[in-house]
Design a protein around this ligand. Sequence first.
Ligand code: CA
Length: 336
Amino acid sequence: MGAETRIRCFVDFERDGRQISHLQLPHSSNASAYGWIGIPIAVIRHGAGPTLYLGAGNHGDEYEGQITLSHLIRTLDPGEIQGRLIILPAANLPAAMAGQRCSPIDDGNLNRSFPGDPDGRPTAAIAHFIESVLLPLCDAAIDLHSGGKTLEYLPSALIRQRGAGDPLFAAKLAALKAFRAPIGYLVSDAREDRTLTAAADRVGIVAVGTELGGAGTVNLETLKIARIGVRNMLAHFGLIERAASADDGVEPRLMEVAGPEYYVHAPCQGLFEPAFELGDEVEAGQTAGSIHFVDDPATAPVEVPFGGGGTVICKRPILRVERGDCLAHLATDYAG
Ligand code: CA
């Protein structure tokens, strides 16, 4: 940190109106010796007011946010807001163009790359630009995720709780409730400091993430939750004034993902037969399913138990599994 970004940015953050541009990330490759990667950025500003970061395509195979923010960039009249939006609809552009979680250029997982490195590979350079250039301009950050190709979620928004004395906790919780996704959950793994929400903690601003759906696709419900949630965030952080309406989402069920026992992983390779559905309430020790050895049907399947009790909010939609693959994870109701 401290070193300057090599990414060139041509938007004027102080100018009113709509600017749609490309960040230029220098990338010297076999295909293009003096080339750059053009990462789309939009700034929509109208007068003085709060600044909100809106991001999607942090993981390239998570689509609700990419669709919602691209639409917002084209359709939002700057006069509708008071303040400024800084929007990256495809933050890890190479991953988004490939429809993959990680960048095909450097295998970089943007949401495991913060605080990044201005002199590093492309994904690290993007993380550094977001944390050191964009987030310090902002009062809050929204990062739209889903489960991607290998996970499927009950539609959720989430916040990161940074230890017991998190100074932003009350503001984070208020924003989580205001997003109005069906589930709003807290993640309290303070060791994971490589995510955009952790970057926001370091900068000292509130961040809200989402896990809207997944399985490599979208549905009408998750698209609607993304669209309404973004509007709710604009209202919550004071960029738009809006009276509450019946069409602004639901009071979320507040939950938490508090520890490693909330996750189920495959103990071996095989074909996983799940014994649960998304949304099921399960108990510790209850079977999550069985792993079959279809090349050797005389061998009995291996049963996989849930390590804790709670509600299944995430499952793996791909049934061929390797040892170590995450098959599901749970959440429990947040007591407050
Ligand atoms: Ca994600």
